[in-house]
Design a protein. Structure first.
Length: 244
């Protein structure tokens, strides 16, 4: 009986220590013939035409500037359809994708703390100019015209990551806002004014457009600083995932 109890205890311990994983998952190369897309539901993760770089970005909830990876991470794109055994929250879904990348791509990495130039995102005077989401849901974003976007159920970290991807530098959220929000922003008028003042037709400074638009339209501001940032450094990854 003592031996049986010990075996049961070991099994329970192993189950508790095992990383969260999808029940089923398929990965297929994508020749970039469709628009990138991501859909998250309580038990399903669908990623279409996404480079390995973005898979890593989403799995570890970091900005592009926080990833030190080989060039092919941005070149090879994949489709992933993964299902969990039961409904889970988004944070668990991200952990499951980490496990999937380790299992199927042989991904190995480590974290380094580096002092990097960053932008800190804070609330401007007057506070935010957007509303908290009235319904439950996961983050989704769509482009609305050449200079517009609409984000639904967005955390401030989601917005910070999107801005960081645009300007190529980590953006640190210090707004203090912890909910999910409906965010709409149209930068077209700012782009038109900047182009009118440029030295050649169509010339404008996207950074100044973004900074001004964020404050005017969303009540947010960015401040340049140097700060310690966690960076994911890729030690090993296979270009071809193991078979489904």
């Amino acid at each position: 009986m003592k031996l049986l109890a010990a075996l049961v205890a070991c099994a329970v311990c192993f189950a508790q220590s095992a990383p969260p994983a999808f029940e089923t998952a398929s990965i297929h190369p994508n020749p970039r013939v469709e628009r990138p897309d991501i859909k998250v539901s309580p038990d399903t993760l669908i990623l279409r035409n996404q480079p390995v770089f973005f898979l890593l970005e989403w799995a570890y909830d970091v900005t592009p500037a926080q990833i030190d990876a080989p060039p092919w991470f941005k070149e090879s794109c994949f489709d992933i359809l993964a299902k969990a055994a039961r409904p889970v929250d988004e944070s668990q879904m991200r952990l499951m994708l980490q496990t999937l990348l380790a299992d199927r791509f042989g991904l190995k990495l480590h974290k380094e703390s580096r002092t990097e130039p960053v932008y800190v995102m804070t609330l401007a005077k007057g506070g935010p100019k957007f509303e908290e989401s009235a319904t439950e849901g996961t983050f989704a974003m769509e482009q609305t015209g050449a200079f517009g976007l609409a984000a639904h159920h967005a955390r401030m970290t989601d917005l910070a990551q999107g801005i960081g991807a645009e300007i190529g530098r980590p953006v640190v959220d210090e707004t203090g806002l912890k909910g999910r929000y409906e965010i709409r922003m149209n930068l077209a008028p700012y782009a038109a004014r900047a182009a009118d003042g440029g030295t050649s037709p169509g010339q404008f400074d996207m950074m100044s457009i973004l900074f001004t638009g964020l404050q005017d339209l969303l009540g947010l501001k960015l401040e340049a600083r140097k700060q310690s940032v966690d960076v994911l450094v890729i030690d090993h990854a296979e270009k071809t995932p193991t078979a489904n």
